[in-house]
Design a protein around this ligand. Structure first.
Ligand code: GAF
Length: 377
């Protein structure tokens, strides 16, 4: 694969001033609770999005992506607030808009996080650009500030109502650990996640499914959680125990109740998963993954037939546990299993998908990897 600095030079006729990388993620557990101020436990995967950037002496912004045939999109810096550009370009422009650059730039993206697999290629893109801008323009922003800024870019510039998890882990992850992230104040703790010495592997199954509900469904789930908070008169679902929540069921309409029930139980499962990891209790972790999946499928209603088939087939092959990850309605599932079960699980999932008439799934594995960093400057 060609070096991004070389490609930048071919495209823009000079060397970049900085090259950065930021990873995609999988979430071990803690799904759909980042926007309810919960704890989540994602880790960064080894696939990253590379960005090469150089300042211009005028006020022109020129951006391109290797995955879009390096076709250059141009916009005047003073027109950034107009929110223009095709989809991928808006993710990039949104970050320049939110962080503020005082000169034009040339920017090339090489996104190596599998696209459309629910592995947060968009957060990787945002965070790689944010890291480059923060360094080159000497913004001095902390990782938490960069996470809030990139989330704002996605919410307000692209128009996707995402939470804070994906950007935070892409920026803050450490190799060898899952990131216990408190989505209320963005404090973190690194929880070692070293499964290979235990003879275990976390298989990532990209179902290649993308159901239409994605956008509307996500916003509706968020709205249900906000309604539960408002109707119960509490500050956040984070501030109520499962028992107290259940005791107040009559105060909520059935849909609001069941959505919030997922959130409060998932918050507890994350803390239980941390305990399980700290005591090397991987069968307990597997059980929590299964509970999380059932809750996302039955209570939160964000799974889909492809994700359920991936999870059920993995479990039937003897996985310790399996669940859908990310926003849902498609994307990927994870399955924790003994290393020697990986091959036959892949075969079984592929066969089950083919029999069900689904697209062929893709498989990945990844060790927990480092967050965004400068490669050269
Ligand atoms: C998507 C969002 F971008 C995250 O903020 C998070 O809510 C996740 O879905 C569900 O946990 O990845």
């Amino acid at each position: 694969m060609k070096d991004i600095a070389k490609r930048f030079e071919e495209l823009f006729g000079r060397a970049p001033e900085i090259v950065t990388a930021a990873p995609g993620r999988v979430n071990l557990i803690g799904e759909h609770i980042d926007y309810s101020e919960g704890f989540v436990l994602p880790f960064a995967i080894s696939d990253t999005t590379l960005v090469a950037l150089a300042r211009r002496s005028d006020r022109l912004i020129r951006i391109a992506s290797v995955q879009k045939s390096a076709e250059v999109v141009e916009i005047a810096l003073d027109d950034l607030a107009l929110h223009v550009g095709e989809n991928w370009a808006r993710y990039a422009l949104g970050v320049l808009w939110v962080l503020g650059v005082d000169t034009g730039v040339e920017l090339l993206v090489d996104g190596r996080v599998p696209l459309g697999a629910g592995l947060s290629s968009s957060a990787a893109l945002e965070c790689s650009i944010a890291t480059a801008v923060n360094h080159l323009f000497q913004k001095g922003l902390s990782l938490a500030e960069l996470a809030r800024a990139t989330q704002k870019a996605e919410n307000d510039y692209v128009g996707v109502p995402c939470g804070i998890m994906d950007q935070s882990v892409s920026l803050m992850a450490r190799s060898g650990s899952a990131l216990l992230l408190d989505c209320r104040d963005l404090t973190t703790e690194n929880i070692p996640f070293l499964i290979a010495p235990q003879g275990l592997e976390l298989l990532i199954i990209d179902t290649q499914a993308h159901h239409k509900l994605v956008d509307g469904g996500y916003a509706q789930r968020r709205a249900s959680c906000e309604k539960a908070v408002a109707d119960l008169g509490i500050t956040s679902l984070r501030d109520i125990s499962v028992a107290e929540y259940a005791a107040r069921q009559s105060e909520l309409d059935p849909t609001t109740y069941i959505r919030g029930f997922h959130a409060v139980t998932e918050m507890k499962r994350v803390l239980d998963a941390v305990d399980a990891l700290r005591s090397n209790n991987f069968s307990k972790l597997g059980e929590l993954l299964n509970q999380s999946h059932r809750s996302l499928r039955d209570d939160y209603a964000v799974s889909c037939p492809e994700l359920n088939l991936a999870v059920d087939t993995s479990n039937a092959q003897g996985a310790l546990g399996s669940r859908m990850v990310g926003g849902g309605f498609g994307g990927s599932a994870i399955a924790l299993m003994k290393t020697d079960q990986v091959k036959r699980t892949k075969e079984a999932v592929s066969k089950a998908f083919s029999s069900a008439g689904f697209k062929a799934p893709r498989f990945f594995t990844s060790l927990p990897s480092a967050g965004a960093h400068v490669i050269s400057s």
